[in-house]
Design a binder for this molecule. Structure first.
Ligand code: NDP
Ligand code: 2IT
Length: 443
């Protein structure tokens, strides 16, 4: 049995109750096999055994008092996965579905994504099963303060730097930052995605969505094509989806559908992004409200957003939201490219179907890396006690996304993988981290 298969079997046995984690590991290991088998150094250094085992996993009680005076208890997580190339870096997800498997899959993906950015950041992820939806600002603050009251001892500007993810935006980062500062008396860049008045970076809010579209454009350009004039479907209507939609429109595409966990809207004339921002960022309401702004639009709670015909699909909501049957529908309707804004939004069989049908597919760990890349630029600015203009950060982001695509292509050319950007991303990210781990010895 090959080294890769041997290691996967042992990981599968040891983590059998963690389906999302195993899904992420299986994909990475299967695609890096040619690189790993080519060079015995990885086996000699037990790189696969080490890279799939987190440095540490922290789980803790998060008690807080709700508006009725009742004590609520949630579970908090921080998985510090790998710091071979820099301090642990990765978001905090607040969603009722959060469990250890989900945080481990996200932390594992983050290792390779962060390596692809070319910036010195290791992989980590955290979160809680707390649901910010429907909570008052005071309840959210109470939760965030309690969460940080445990987390602060494990993080630091040179140790581990959390940021946003599902359910964690500027409001939550603000409350967490305030509590960190209060407990430690340190004013340091311990979190990213901060507000612009206290150390946040211009263009961080936009970075993941903008970066996704820069990557899509870069990939299409390499095929002599462009996103201008294309019909686009974007799932989700949160941070990533909103700014993906905005940038796609700025580059001349027409985005015709967006969604939330309750339903999806179809607007044949193109999504009114100002309306989406008003509903989601200002009022924190449901996307069903959209038809009040655009009476010609349709709101659906049945069917799938992927039933809407498009040239480019950008899944930007959550893991495993694009299934094999969705891939089949997209292909039937003539999709040309699927680029992942979310982490692991496409199921393995959907990815296989897309790739084997000649659809250009860019995986999340490459396509959504713009968010964490600008987080790393926020860390740089904090260290220098400077702040760059929007344009300067945006230009760097563009350069970083082009650099990532170049790495994917480089690996694809070296191994004769064609357009298998999944293998390209995994091998490029893996090699950088593995080389650093080998240099550090058996730690
Ligand atoms: P937000 O919380 O801002 O938005 C999430 C969106 O996805 C909402 O529209 C939400 O709908 C929908 N959604 C979330 N969970 C589910 C679910 N279980 N089923 C259906 N819909 C769901 O999060 P982000 O935009 O920040 O994150 C979206 C994805 O992008 C995630 O996979 C995240 O890990 C990834 N990502 C985020 C980065 C960032 O910088 N924020 C960077 C890189 C990746 P509803 O409001 O109804 O819950
Ligand atoms: O999945 C991700 O890359 C993020 N949620 C962003 C992480 C970060 O540190 O900015």
């Amino acid at each position: 049995m090959s080294y890769v298969k041997e290691v996967y079997q042992s990981i599968a046995a040891k983590n059998s109750h963690e389906p999302e984690f195993l899904q992420a590991v299986e994909e990475v290991l299967a695609t890096i096999e040619p690189a790993v088998e080519k060079d015995p150094i990885y086996r000699q250094n037990a790189i696969l055994e080490r890279i799939t085992e987190p440095d540490r996993m922290i789980m803790f009680r998060v008690p807080w008092v709700d508006d009725k005076g009742n004590i609520q208890v949630n579970r908090g997580y921080r998985v510090q996965f790998n710091n071979a190339i820099g301090p642990y870096k990765g978001g905090i997800r607040l969603h009722p579905s959060v469990n250890l498997s989900i945080i481990k899959f996200l932390g594992f993906e983050q290792i390779f994504k962060n390596a692809l950015t070319g910036l010195p950041i290791g992989g980590g992820k955290g979160g809680s099963d707390f649901d910010p939806k429907g909570k008052s600002d005071r309840e959210v603050m109470a939760f965030c303060q309690s969460f940080m009251t445990e987390l602060y001892r494990h993080i630091g500007a040179d140790v581990d730097v959390p940021a946003g993810d599902i359910g964690t935006g500027a409001r939550e980062i603000g409350y967490m930052y305030g509590q960190y500062k209060r407990i430690t008396s340190l004013y340091e860049g311990v979190l990213t995605g901060k507000g612009l008045t206290y150390g946040g970076s211009l263009a961080r809010k936009e970075a993941t969505g903008f970066g996704l579209v820069y990557m899509t454009e870069e990939m299409l350009k390499s095929k002599g094509n462009t996103i201008a004039g294309k019909t686009v479907v974007v799932s989700g209507s949160g941070n990533v989806a909103t700014y993906a939609c905005e940038k796609a429109q700025q580059l001349g595409a027409k985005v015709v559908a967006m969604s939330d966990s309750n339903g999806w809207v179809f607007d044949k004339d193109g999504i009114d992004i100002a309306a989406i921002k008003q509903i989601k960022e200002v009022e924190r309401k449901r996307i069903s409200e959209y038809v009040n702004y655009r009476p010609q639009a349709e709101y659906h709670t049945d069917g799938r957003i992927w039933d809407v015909p498009c040239d480019v699909a950008l899944p930007c909501a959550t893991q495993n939201e694009l299934h094999l049957s969705d891939a089949e529908t997209l292909i039937k309707n003539g999709v040309m490219a699927v680029c992942e804004g979310a982490n692991m939004p496409s199921t393995p069989d959907a990815i296989h179907k897309l790739q084997s049908s000649g659809i250009f597919f860019v995986p999340g760990k490459a396509a959504n890396a713009g968010g964490v890349a600008v987080s790393a630029l926020e860390m740089s600015q904090n260290s220098m006690r400077l702040s760059w203009t929007f344009d300067e950060v945006d230009q760097r982001l563009k350069g970083i996304m082009a650099g990532i695509f170049g790495q994917l292509k480089g690996v694809c050319d070296e191994f004769g993988f064609g357009d298998n950007y999944v293998a390209g991303a995994n091998i490029a990210g893996f090699k950088k981290v593995a080389t650093s781990m080998i240099a550090h010895g058996a730690v």
